[in-house]
Design a protein around this ligand. Structure first.
Ligand code: ADP
Ligand code: MG
Length: 376
């Protein structure tokens, strides 16, 4: 089911009448989520992810804008009639019911032609439980399950009606690191198996990048960029997106362009043809550094961390906006651990320039904006 958001906006009135400060939680969000895809809605806490999800679910009414499921305008439809499955961070299972009863619950209130026989309900419940691999645990109470198992029950309960759209709000946040990894792969598998259009909300960029077909990066209620995880990483539209994606994070420098050359402090590091003379923010991905003896960027070496396949070089530079510069290079480079400094050449496609005021991307040379909104 294709899900289309048209100028979706949510404004919360101020709680305090005197200050009059209203909150624009979601600001003019327009996007068509392709049928059968998993979309990761990503951004820092408070950026409007949950509010967007609740409007799609019908739990919250938009201040303006429309929501379509396929060709159907569902903006005014109640949550029960939208055909959605919702999963929250805190599982929200009924503690006094068994796993089976929890999963059956959404089926028991079906009315009219949707009404199911007892056998049909049981079959659907077992089918959903098998999908998330908890069909052996049907007679337990939630208190007798681990966090990961409880979240699987919640997912089974959301799937049991075979929803048109599956909505997951930070579903992994309460799990420990190992379970988080395992459950996210599980969610991806279930999504692929069922083909249900899924919206997955998280503040964790790695989580979103690893399982999404498409990510939507939000900041303060405003969509910053939409695209395939790799293309958003490779081609961030602004400094916020560049900084939000990537571990270790992108290195940011204060630079300036003079006569088509990029300067970081005293170092003239790169040709940036086509850019006018001005100060710029410079983002360099950790994998954008190549250690070479005559490299133009000279950093003071702090530490070399060998990580097997790669080597992480920690250094400092006067123009760096961060306390340290972190670069990741192939272990084949023989970095002298005791050396005073390390010199780098830069890979031009891993270097991004941003306007000092607007923080928007400035393209140079043969860099050009990729068409980021992708239908497939
Ligand atoms: P996220 O899920 O990305 O952390 P939310 O969608 O929960 O963000 O919140 C977005 C903004 O809207 C925040 O500033 C939050 O404080 C505000 N907000 C959310 N719900 C309400 C509400 N019911 N009343 C007033 N403000 C709200
Ligand atoms: Mg939230």
């Amino acid at each position: 089911m294709k899900v289309e958001l048209q100028n979706l906006t949510k404004i919360f009135p101020s709680r305090n009448k005197k200050s009059g400060e209203q909150v624009v939680a979601v600001n003019n969000f327009t996007f068509a989520i392709p049928d059968g895809k998993l979309v990761g809605l990503l951004g820092p806490s408070g950026c409007g992810k949950s509010t967007t999800l609740y409007m799609i679910s019908g739990l919250q009414q938009p201040t303006a804008g429309k929501i379509f499921f396929g060709d159907e305008d569902v903006t005014e439809l109640s949550p029960e009639n939208r055909g959605i499955g919702l999963v929250f961070q805190n599982y929200a299972l009924y503690p006094h019911m068994t796993v089976k009863q929890n999963i059956l619950f959404p089926l028991q209130n079906l009315k009219g032609e949707d009404k199911m026989t007892k056998e049909e309900m049981l079959e659907a419940a077992y089918h959903a439980a098998k999908l998330v691999q908890i069909d052996e645990l049907m007679d337990r109470k939630p208190s007798e399950l681990s966090g990961g198992q409880q979240q699987r029950v919640a997912i089974a309960r959301a799937l049991v009606k075979m929803p048109r759209v599956l909505l997951l709000d930070e579903p992994l946040s309460n799990l420990d690191a190992r379970l988080r990894l395992q459950t996210r792969e599980e969610i991806r598998r279930i999504q692929k198996e069922t083909g249900i259009t899924t919206i997955f909300v998280t503040h964790d960029q790695e989580e979103a990048m690893s399982i999404s077909d498409v990510i939507v990066v939000m900041k303060l209620g405003v969509v910053q960029q939409i695209g395939k995880p790799q293309s958003v990483y490779d081609d961030p539209k602004n400094l916020f997106v560049a900084k939000f994606l990537g571990t270790p994070p992108i290195n940011v420098f204060d630079g300036r362009v003079e006569g088509g050359k990029l300067w970081l402090g005293e170092d003239c590091v790169l040709d940036v043809p086509g850019v006018e003379d001005k100060p710029v923010h410079v983002g360099i991905r950790p994998e954008g550094f190549v250690p070479v003896d005559d490299g133009a960027l000279v950093c003071k070496l702090s530490n070399v961390e060998v990580m097997g396949r790669d080597v992480s070089i920690v250094s400092t530079h006067a123009a760096s906006a961060n306390p340290v510069v972190r670069s990741i290079v192939d272990a084949d480079y023989n970095i002298k651990v005791g050396a005073e400094s390390v010199a780098f050449a830069l890979k031009p496609h891993k270097v991004f320039l941003f306007d000092k005021e607007t923080e928007e991307r400035i393209y140079f040379g043969n860099q050009k904006p990729s068409d980021n909104v992708e239908e497939n």
